[in-house]
Write a protein that binds this ligand. Sequence first.
Ligand code: G3I
Length: 308
Amino acid sequence: GLHAKFVAKTGKKYWGSCADAGLINNAANVAILRSDFGQVTGENSMKWDALQPSRGNFNWGNADTLVNWAVSNGKLIRGHTLVWHSQLPSWVQGINNRDTLTTVIQDHIRAVAGRYAGKIYGLLLIFLLYLTKLSVSEILNENGTLRSSVFSNVLGESFVAIAFRAARQYDPYSKLYINDYNLDSNNAKTQGTVAIVKRVNQAGKLIDGIGTQMHLEANGAGGTLAALQALAGAGVEEVAITELDIKGASSNDYLTVLNACRQVPTCVGITSWGVSDRDSWRSQNSPLLFDTNYRPKAAYNALISALS
Ligand code: G3I
């Protein structure tokens, strides 16, 4: 499958997909996850509203389902996401006290990172290759400045270091990522991301990697190589394409993304944001590698040929 060929060609890079309990219980979808994808990211199950809908009350069911499936099928796991302004419950959005918000961030990260860290790492020793990745997501505006959110409004930029310090403390094994959208070329937001990563890491390395989501338009892949190179220029160990989908899914656009990741040594892998067009958040745009009947599309065949 796609992941196996990518690994064979590059020695190490993975190709993954988002998934969750529903898509694991979908026979056609899970067969393709098994055969073609080497990594999974929770599409919704690890978001704050899913895990801690009210203070101190955690729902682990769907996230555990994904993690257990990944471990028993030998798939790498990317966590998604520890701190994000979206899908954030109103009880968090209403906090206006610095100390309370700091504690709430630390408690959430201790619970989530802590739950999967020891467990996954312990089991991961069996698989050797597999590491989790945890992320802080979508903190910048398009011009590279800090996005307004309860986190930035109450704590300023310091929330970034607070979150990463907690993640490192409660899960010393995972690679810690910052993750954003529209980092599709070397634009102002890409440069803003590089700048904030350098600032945060100046006092001691906290951020290990940068994820670019890559929800692309048709013919929109041309800036991928420049984006990955610019992000790698922040001095991080890793960069990754974390949520790839491309309107129209042309073979050429997918090959451009593949080649960009192959050319950048720090690019550790590519995650498609779904398997089949049927289950995509952009299902009207034909963005993925498998059609609405779970059949491989031309872009999938082009990737396989390029890697054969
Ligand atoms: O589970 C509820 C269901 O109970 C309810 O009846 C139904 C009615 O709307 O909603 C269901 O929840 C939906 C959820 O997906 C699970 O299917 C939410 O409404 C819907 O908003 C949510 O959409 C997700 C979206 O993030 C939310 O922001 C998409 O599945 C997911 O693919 C998308 O992924 C994001 C990444 O996390 C971050 N980057 C952008 C990317 C695309 O938006």
